[in-house]
Design a protein around this ligand. Structure first.
Ligand code: ZN
Length: 130
């Protein structure tokens, strides 16, 4: 593993820790673009003046996919729903928990948390209905 990958994974873990503690954040550049950590440069304009801003407590499901047959890393999680939720300045991707895959609709309000996958125990972002 290269040094840059170490740094990126460390930043990702920090971001998950923050979400798990209810203190999730996103990065905002001086031009007001929101992006997700870890990052050193704004993906929209290249600005390097990024500040941490509090993630909104809830977002709305923008789009989602239901997976019935999963890759080996998620085999025991299937069927599951992966959603992209609009949290205002940023869009988050996570697994939707506690909702029947047939009952998911766009526009549903969700909060974000951190959980582990059934299959590998790896941490990931999850959404839960609010
Ligand atoms: Zn920017």
């Amino acid at each position: 593993m290269t040094e840059s990958e170490d740094v990126r994974n460390e930043g990702f873990d920090d971001a998950l820790d923050a979400v798990a503690e209810g203190e999730g954040y996103y990065l905002e550049c001086s031009n007001g673009h929101g992006s997700l950590p870890p990052r050193r440069v704004c993906p929209d304009c290249g600005d390097t003046e990024l500040t941490e801003q509090r993630l909104p407590a809830s977002g709305e499901i923008d789009t989602y996919t239901v997976t019935h047959v999963a890759t080996p890393n998620f085999a025991d999680d299937a069927p599951y729903v992966v959603a992209i939720a609009d949290f205002g300045p940023v869009r988050l991707t996570g697994q939707l928990r506690g909702v029947d895959p047939d009952a998911v609709e766009t526009g549903q309000v969700v909060g974000v948390d951190v959980a582990t996958t059934e299959t590998t125990g790896e941490r990931l972002l999850v959404f839960e209905r609010r």
